[in-house]
Design a protein around this ligand. Structure first.
Ligand SMILES: Cc1cc2nc3c(=O)[nH]c(=O)nc-3n(C[C@H](O)[C@H](O)[C@H](O)COP(=O)(O)OP(=O)(O)OC[C@H]3O[C@@H](n4cnc5c(N)ncnc54)[C@H](O)[C@@H]3O)c2cc1C
Length: 421
């Protein structure tokens, strides 16, 4: 079968960023603030990706051992959200009781509004409801075709940044990918209400517990925890969620599994009126594919705070691999902070394409930590700044000068390793 499709519109840009999520928004803002004509393509109707559409609105971690390690436009977005009443900054200490106490709970409505405003102020041309369908690297640039509400749009740009979470742009170009043997479960965020949680109900839950009526991993204690927190921890197996078929299956499974839990609970006296008030627009995916970059960050490098010759941002979060029964964690030694090398953002065979967010080049365990939101934002900023340096210096991604990249990052308030700690 051979189809010829009509392109309804042609566009040119210095930088095209695909994916307006946690990382992509800051890739676009950083490129635009550095003087690049920047287009941002986002498949959803809102910006923020997993942070807004999937309801994972608690970024970690901007601080390590009592000091700020990630700043720049992404920190400005947090400050602006706080100023609008959409977040409260946590108390920061050298030794927090739990690392997640230093995550910042953001109101998704306020946060996505702030992201649109910041993009507009920086001059980013945002196109929502648009999905990348084709991409190729060409002499001194990248060509992509985007499917939009009003037809196919062809975009020619000097640099492209893949911030899709799934490395979709890189997959379309044909770059090599890394994939963990088992992908971490995905989670559908939700809120439940319509009952009063008390000991008698918990006792009834224990007595009527029937594993055959529930998803296999759920225990009676889990159910009691859900009732106490007004939230069902709806973890589902995640297989190939970077494909349309895999993603569809994932969304169906999450809904069906959650319906089983809700129906089971509603049969218990006192929970008849339990209701699911809200679910996230999409199930939160922890992991799909990552690029094979010019450097692959390993768990040992990560947890020991290895300093690379091209370290471009800090990262701080324990290794945090969600497995079938619980989480495998590994913590930093005191005063150790991880770094990310610029080469982890460059696909091995790329000339003009960079990558940011959870799909950066890293092994399974290192990625389980690097994927957190503040780090995704920081790699976004690095990719946008690097794109501007590529254009200024007229060179490929791998050939920019490290000093120029650091200076550009510094000029937008980003913290660059070796200068602060
Ligand atoms: C359940 C769960 C719990 C988590 N808990 C925490 C936590 O406690 N703290 C923390 O900091 N992090 C946490 N994380 C990790 C973190 O949320 C993600 O790793 C991070 O948000 C990923 O950022 P990203 O920019 O790579 O991807 P995303 O934020 O997902 O952004 C990708 C964007 O690209 C868009 N897109 C995708 N494909 C296309 C396409 N083909 N064309 C156009 N647009 C496209 C998407 O719509 C999205 O907006 C959690 C993740 C999950 C799923």
């Amino acid at each position: 079968m051979h189809f010829t499709c009509e392109i309804s519109k042609q566009m040119t840009a210095d930088v095209v960023v695909v994916g307006g999520g946690t990382a992509g928004v800051f890739a676009a803002i950083s490129a635009a603030k550095s003087g690049c004509k920047t287009v941002l393509i986002e498949k959803n109707s809102m910006l923020g990706g997993t942070m807004t559409a999937a309801g994972v609105n608690f970024p970690g971690l901007f601080f390590a051992w009592g000091k700020q390690i990630i700043s720049g436009p992404c920190w400005e977005s947090i400050e602006r959200t706080v100023a609008l009443g959409g977040a409260t900054l946590p108390h920061i200490s050298f030794h927090p009781k739990h690392h997640w106490h230093e995550q910042i709970k953001l109101n998704p409505f306020v946060y996505t509004t702030v992201l649109f405003q910041m993009c507009e102020e920086a001059g980013v041309h945002v196109i929502c409801n648009a999905m990348i369908s084709y991409a190729s690297e060409e002499q001194n640039g990248v060509r992509c075709v985007v499917t939009t509400k009003d037809g196919l749009v062809a975009i020619r740009a000097s640099v492209a940044i893949d911030a899709t979470g799934d490395a979709t742009l890189c997959q379309l170009v044909g770059f090599d990918m890394l994939k963990s043997q088992t992908q971490q479960p995905a989670t559908l965020q939700n809120h439940i209400s319509g009952y009063v949680a008390h000991e008698e109900i918990f006792e009834r839950v224990k007595q009527s517990f029937a594993p055959t009526k529930l998803p296999s991993h759920i225990t009676a204690d889990d159910l009691i925890g859900y009732l106490k927190r007004n939230k069902i921890n709806m973890h589902v197996a995640c297989v190939d969620a970077d494909t349309a078929e895999g993603r569809t299956q994932l969304e169906k499974n999450a809904l069906y599994e959650m319906m089983k839990v809700v129906c089971f609970l509603k049969e218990i006296e006192g929970l008849e009126k339990l209701t699911v008030d809200s679910i996230a627009l999409e199930t939160g995916v922890r992991e799909t594919k990552r690029i094979v970059g010019k450097h692959i960050v390993t768990a040992e490098e990560y947890i020991n705070g290895y300093t690379y010759p091209d370290s471009v941002c800090y990262a701080f979060y324990p290794i945090d691999l969600h497995v079938e029964k619980g989480i495998e964690q590994r913590f930093h030694e005191e005063n150790v902070v991880s770094k990310v090398p610029y080469r982890a953002l460059i696909p091995q065979k790329s000339h003009r394409i960079l990558c940011a967010g959870r799909c950066v080049s890293s092994d399974t365990y290192a990625n389980s930590a690097l994927r957190v939101e503040a780090v995704c934002m920081a790699t976004g900023q690095v990719s946008g700044a690097a794109a501007s340096v590529m254009i200024r210096e007229g060179v490929d991604a791998a050939d920019i000068t490290y000093q120029a990249l650091c200076t550009t990052l510094h000029s937008m308030g980003a913290i660059v390793p070796n200068e602060v700690l």
